[in-house]
Ligand binder design. Structure first.
Ligand SMILES: Nc1ncnc2c1ncn2[C@@H]1O[C@H](COP(=O)(O)OP(=O)(O)OP(=O)(O)O)[C@@H](O)[C@H]1O
Ligand SMILES: [Mg+2]
Length: 137
């Protein structure tokens, strides 16, 4: 595990770099409390991967699909997941078996059904430094 404390600009640059290096199929989980920067990081990863459309927060939709240059990108926000039936409704098994980039906010909501080879990213606030986030990979 590695961790670093990053400004917004540094976090975005890091995410764009990561996105440029991704090879589908790949699943990334992004955990961390409210406002930790998960969606901000997803947006940077998508930009780096070559998504040209705006990436928004899918809090109410559970999942958004974007066209990447090299594969589809799925952005899931499971904060409002009510149970396993919601996962079935969004086609969980199918989208995880596609050759896609899958980015999952609030992965703890799907504990037990996450792929074991998912790449884990964790973000947290830094006490006394509102402009920084600690990222652990
Ligand atoms: N160093 C930083 N890295 C990331 N975001 C930062 C940083 N400093 C300040 N911010 C701000 O923190 C906010 C993070 O919001 P964001 O929506 O990305 O969080 P989130 O983890 O997705 O929250 P939620 O759980 O509500 O979905 C943004 O307004 C962003 O500008
Ligand atoms: Mg978010």
């Amino acid at each position: 595990m590695a961790s670093a404390e990053l400004t917004l600009a540094a976090l975005v640059a890091w995410g764009e770099h990561l996105g440029a290096s991704l090879q589908a199929p790949v699943v990334l989980t992004l955990s961390g409390d409210l406002g930790a920067g998960k969606t901000t990081l997803v947006q940077a990863i998508c930009r780096g991967y070559g998504v040209r459309e705006p990436v928004t927060s899918p809090t109410f939709a559970l999942v958004h699909q974007y066209a990447g240059e090299r594969s589809p990108v799925y952005h899931l926000d499971l904060y409002r997941l009510k149970g396993p039936q919601d996962l079935a409704n969004i086609g969980w098994d199918d989208l995880l078996s596609e050759r896609a980039v899958v980015l999952i906010e609030w992965p703890d909501r799907a504990e037990g059904v996450l792929p074991s080879d998912a790449q884990v990213l964790h973000l947290e606030h830094v006490d006394g430094h509102p402009e920084l986030r600690r990222i652990t990979t």
